[in-house]
Design a binder for this molecule. Structure first.
Ligand code: DX5
Ligand code: ZN
Length: 222
């Protein structure tokens, strides 16, 4: 599978989001990871659909929207209208996975489900045929800049095995503590979409940091 870098805008400078994200894209990032937090599902607040709507005309990148919010079914229309290309909801946050998937696919967009560290891969098994991507959290969701949980790699490998067993083709994304070192075991376990916030967005270094990830991906392909 193709390797994709999805820099988390949570670590960007919000006063110049368009500029910062354009620099990451210039460095080779194909996707932008957009972390929405509600202060309830996670103990932190970020921003909502209006920010995505403002960024949309400023960027051609693929918008990978990670909803860390309770009962996300209340806001799916808003995020679709704002310009999301992929909507990812947490398995732990909703009982409406099927209807959300239907709505997202009905709009011609990609659907994904995320699992927190304590949630086993098996819990997502019934919904895998609906998923264009699964997101394995490699930190407790809520904050950027935390340490990578290497003990999540068996879960990544399990999703890769299930994909093969079930004849599916979803992407496997990892999110949290990904840097040029931790990306290696994550790729070995089977991940192909890498979220990185603090390891990409740094004043004056963002383009170089994104490029370093792309160079690392080239090493994986050898
Ligand atoms: C955490 C978010 C992540 C976070 C990643 O809840 O979902 O996307 O911003 O940041 P880093 O790469 O700094 O761990
Ligand atoms: Zn995220």
């Amino acid at each position: 599978m193709r390797y994709i870098l999805s820099p988390s805008i949570l670590s960007a400078d919000f006063s110049k989001l368009a500029e910062d994200t354009a620099i990451a894209v210039k460095g080779g990032a194909e996707w932008l990871h957009i972390d929405v937090m509600d202060g309830a599902f996670v103990p932190n607040l970020s921003f909502g659909a209006p920010v995505i709507k403002c960024l949309r005309p400023a960027s051609d990148a693929f918008f990978d929207v990670h909803l860390m919010i309770d009962r996300p079914e209340r806001y799916i229309d808003d995020f679709l209208k704002a310009g999301a290309d992929l909507i990812c909801v947490h398995l732990e946050a909703t009982e409406e996975i099927e209807s959300i998937a239907e709505k997202v696919h009905g709009a011609g967009k990609m659907f994904a489900v995320a699992v927190k560290p304590a949630t086993p891969a098996e819990a997502l098994k019934p919904y895998l045929p609906l998923c264009d991507m699964v997101l394995v959290m490699t930190v407790e969701p809520g904050f950027g800049g935390q340490s990578f949980m290497a003990d999540m790699m068996p879960k990544v490998a399990k999703f890769r095995a299930l994909r093969e067993d079930l004849g599916l083709s979803y992407h496997i994304q990892v999110d949290g503590g990904i840097n040029l070192q931790t990306v290696i075991p994550a790729a070995q376990a089977g991940a192909n979409v890498f979220v990185a916030g603090s390891a990409v967005f740094k004043p004056g270094e963002t383009e170089k940091n994104a490029k370093s990830f792309i160079e690392r991906f080239e090493q994986f392909d050898r």
